[in-house]
Design a protein around this ligand. Sequence first.
Ligand code: PGA
Length: 244
Amino acid sequence: MKPIFIANWKMNLLLDDAFALINQMINSIKDESDLENIIIAPPLPYISILSKNYPQIKFAAQDVSFYKNFGSHTGEVSAKMIKNVGSSYTIIGHSERRANSSEANQIVKTKLENSIEAGITPILCVGESLESRKQKNHLNFIEDQLIKSLGNVQNIEHLIIAYEPVWAIGTKIIPTIAEIEEVVGKIKDIVGRSPVAKNIDLVYGGSVNSTNHQDILSAKDISGVLVGSASLDAKELVNMVQVR
Ligand code: PGA
């Protein structure tokens, strides 16, 4: 199986830059089938036009509304709308949202349920803070976060869980392979206790780039990476996708 590459562009790039980056990426990738494993999460307003122009690439929203379908919720965009404009995935519970937008596990859980109902594959992010890692409480922290975020979800088609230690995001600090394997083993154990999804992919995110991605992809049970800042550089993205 080819690894999954999730490009989280966060709040970066104007639309022309987004087109330029994707064009550069497509022109540099030799094997067109490599594009099938790339999921790009651009700023929300770009999804519609990008997904129409690049049917060979998959797109994700970076977040989804807590509210369902339609209603008087100024500024909100529902999972149904995201799906309607060409996004088949959404990131949910990214640590930047948990920290900066006060997204508690309960909110993450509702977003997950809304996405599933709208036919969108969730990319659920979990990860411990530096403090919890230092206190050696990281496994308990992640278990709690995962169980509360998943709620009673059962038997969904596909779920992607991203292990993203908060202390590794944007810091150029990467956990050791043993540390990644320890947490991912724990996540596998938790989701293995009940039939959460028919197909579960576990990916790692946090300071991934073209110099460390191969090592990370060699970790047991890791089937992909979630890349932030390095995904804003077409060369980096192409190197990661082609050299594995
Ligand atoms: P980073 O971001 O690759 O820039 O560390 C990853 C993320 O926030 O998902």
